[in-house]
Design a protein around this ligand. Structure first.
Ligand code: ZN
Length: 260
């Protein structure tokens, strides 16, 4: 049996402690609800940890990050309180192959914006409207097990286009909202050797992470984002000794580069 996937769920964990209507929905915090869902769906296939903003190094010290295969990120009110040095470390880990799942308002987190290189801004509205998430890539493993062409969330915060992200590698879900907007709700990206999934649902005042379809998608995404493929060779290297002899007799001045 292969060793379990090491999954860390990061939550800024602010709204749940400040607002009774949020703690009523997420008494163990959003990270606690997501952890319980992944435990129930994936069992022994995952080893789960949680981390929060107020812990030393935001709960993501080097040892924790280095032993994380997939990191889930939920932040909303305190993106600016995340240390730049941590953002740097997370980016490096993604390049090395760690999967990253950015949830809902993490579109505006430092780490997601850093990895995208764009503003990641969007339209939004808090009116508790209905959202219909259409599956537009039914063969994708992140959509595994969804039984209909779309699923719905009764009350949501609306996110609308234009969502200022680079063209995704894949779009798996497109949302329609009762108020008229549409949104690319499930997108994948690759950076270095790492896989990134952005998943839109998740406003803290609605029980989104208790939804069975949302939980299914998260469990699928964790498995999809797991490190895979060959080793990572992302450091620039000057290869002085060629692997095989080079015939440079026809080159006028092979030493040109040496002046650098
Ligand atoms: Zn929100």
């Amino acid at each position: 049996m292969s060793s379990p996937l090491r999954v860390t769920i990061w939550n800024e964990f602010i709204h749940e402690r400040l607002l009774p209507q949020v703690s009523a929905i997420y008494p163990q915090g959003i990270h606690g609800t997501i952890a319980a869902a992944l435990r129930q769906k994936l069992g022994d296939a995952v080893q789960l940890r949680t981390a929060t903003l107020d812990q030393p190094e935001h709960g993501l010290d080097a040892a924790t990050l280095d032993s994380t295969d997939v990191l889930l990120w939920w932040g909303h009110a305190a993106h600016d309180r995340v240390d730049d040095s941590l953002v740097e470390r997370v980016q490096r880990r993604v390049w090395q192959g760690m999967g990253l799942i950015a949830l809902h308002s993490a579109h505006n987190s430092k780490i997601f914006r850093r990895l995208m290189g764009t503003s990641c801004t969007l339209r939004w509205r808090e009116a508790g409207e209905r959202e219909r998430l259409w599956v537009v890539d039914p063969s994708h493993p992140i959509a595994d097990g969804l039984s209909e062409e779309y699923f719905e969330l009764r009350h949501t915060e609306m996110y609308g286009e234009f969502f200022d992200i680079p063209a995704p590698d894949e779009i798996i879900f497109i949302s329609w909202f009762e108020g008229g907007e549409v949104f690319r709700s499930g997108c994948t990206f690759r950076r270095g050797k790492g896989k990134i999934f952005y998943f839109r649902p998740g406003h803290e005042t609605f029980p989104i992470y208790h939804d069975a379809n949302v939980q299914r998608v998260l469990a699928n995404a964790v498995q999809w984002a797991a490190p895979s493929g060959s080793a990572y060779f992302g450091a620039g290297r000057n290869i002085v000794e060629p692997l095989s002899p080079i015939d440079s007799s026809h080159v006028v001045d092979p030493s040109l580069h040496k002046s650098k």
